[in-house]
Design a protein around this ligand. Structure first.
Ligand code: GAP
Length: 440
């Protein structure tokens, strides 16, 4: 298993991920994606959209505003219940998530339970604690030129509410047959007490969520089906190994306030097993609360049977950064070539920032460079994500492309000028074969 520090270091060295606001010393819980990171991130998001939206007839996309009317968060229960247990060390005033300091604790840990565990402060080592308090994780802001209590709004903590609040708009414009899903990708913000483990727990993250609307008696079938489809997506499209993914039935006391059943898909990250995503049965909780808060009906009328009901919802939700970290951890490999350690990213070809790297063997031979340019142009026109590299010697170029996960390096040499064949070198095996340019 790869080490988290190795992945962090590769990501910085090769331009995947940098600390947010790096130049000013960073901003905890935020990350910036560099040229290769944004490429990988977009490919992951596009693969998800293709698989769960474009290739299906029962899914519709939306892209809702991040700043929503604050009634949204009252109706959804987030103002009341979107809390983490916060505890403060009275000696050094360090603040921590209480449940993360006690083995097997849940988010509903009480002061008594916390104190009974006799935890030492991770910063100063003392055991002088205050009470465990509820800390609401929504980022508060004011909207417009008057900064008073009447103008408070929040950065959305989940993309889901932008889907629920558009449910009626979609039904009244698209007339989908039930069951159907509404999907959204976008930023979500959480004022995490302790952001940690690189991009695993961030204050600003991206989510990919589906709210799948079903008849009230059909949720179990939809739940199992979506779970199965996510396993397929994670293993076949994202390259994650099935052995590293674990379904965890979440007990009632640990479930979010809206859920009657949740299965978390946990992944064996370098620092241990953590939640990658969840599938939740949200019942009619959200639609019924929106109906109450807005005074508008959220009922669905079945065109075929004439039945009228409020749909129930199954929600698969996955964070892009958590998925990206799993993809990177799975791909990060060290092996040995000619007695030297080599680092490579065995990314699936469809996710690799570049599919091909094209190089002239020597940079100072115009005839090689010219020929290589024609090969580069042809591959670029066909695949788009093709890179050019004529820096350093060929060995160094291979090492660099291995580290960024480029599956194939194509090298143009003097034989190419004679017979129109090139060397194609494979990232994973380091094997080289001779291939006709026409067959690339
Ligand atoms: N709409 C349901 C919802 O938001 P959640 O379990 O709170 O449920 C869903 O979040 C997913 O979003 C998580 O499984 C995780 O992949 C991602 N996620 C949540 N908080 C995150 C954070 N602070 N940093 C990165 N990803 C996060």
């Amino acid at each position: 298993m790869s080490k988290l520090e190795d992945i962090v270091s590769l990501c910085k060295r090769r331009g995947f991920i940098f600390p947010g606001s790096d130049v000013y010393g960073g901003m905890a819980g935020t990350w910036d994606f560099g040229p290769l990171g944004v490429s990988l991130k977009r490919k992951i998001m596009d693969a998800w959209w293709n698989y769960f939206v474009d290739s299906r007839d029962d899914m519709y996309g939306v892209d809702a505003a991040i700043i929503m009317n604050p009634i949204t968060w009252k109706a959804s229960g987030h103002t009341e219940t979107f809390n983490d247990p916060l505890v403060e060390c009275k000696a050094c005033h360090g603040r921590f998530r209480a449940d993360k300091l006690v083995d097997n604790a849940t988010e509903s840990i009480t002061t008594e339970e916390f104190l009974a565990a006799n935890v030492k402060c991770p910063t100063c080592g003392k055991t002088d604690w205050g009470d465990v308090r509820k800390f609401n994780m929504m980022f508060k802001m004011t909207v417009g030129p008057v900064a008073d209590d009447e103008h408070i709004a929040y950065l959305r903590p989940e993309t889901a509410q932008g889907i629920f609040t558009n449910y009626k708009n979609v039904v009244d414009t698209i007339y989908p047959d039930i069951p159907f899903g509404i999907a959204q990708q976008g930023k979500a913000f959480r004022n995490e007490i302790s952001p940690r483990d690189f991009i695993l727990r961030d204050r600003e993250c991206s989510q990919m969520e589906i709210e799948y609307f079903v008849r009230p008696d059909a949720w179990e079938e939809a739940f199992e089906q979506l779970l199965k489809e996510y396993h397929f997506f994670l293993t076949e499209k994202m390259g994650l190994s099935a052995n590293n993914i674990h379904d965890e039935e979440v007990p009632a006391e640990d479930r979010a306030h809206y859920s009657k059943r949740t299965v978390d898909l946990e992944y064996d990250y370098p620092n241990g097993r953590e939640e990658l995503m969840g599938v939740a049965y949200r019942t009619d909780f959200d639609l019924s609360n929106i109906a109450k808060a807005s005074g508008k009906s959220m009922e669905y009328r079945d065109k075929n049977t004439g039945e009228v009901f409020v749909p129930h919802v199954v929600e698969p939700s996955i964070g892009v950064e958590r998925l990206m970290l799993a993809v990177l951890a799975e791909a990060y490999t060290e092996d040995e070539i000619d007695g030297n350690t080599r680092v490579l990213l065995k990314l699936p070809a469809d996710l690799a920032p570049y599919r091909f790297c094209v190089s002239p063997l020597l940079k100072n031979k115009p005839e090689l460079v010219e020929k290589a340019r024609t090969v580069y142009d042809a591959l670029k026109a066909k695949y788009g994500n093709v890179t050019w590299d004529d820096s350093g010697n060929i060995g160094k170029r291979y090492r660099k492309q291995d580290e960024i996960g480029t599956p194939k390096c194509v090298v143009i040499d003097f034989d190419t000028l004679e017979d129109d064949t090139v060397t194609v070198r494979d990232r994973d095996t380091a094997e080289q074969v001779r291939v006709a340019i026409d067959e690339l």
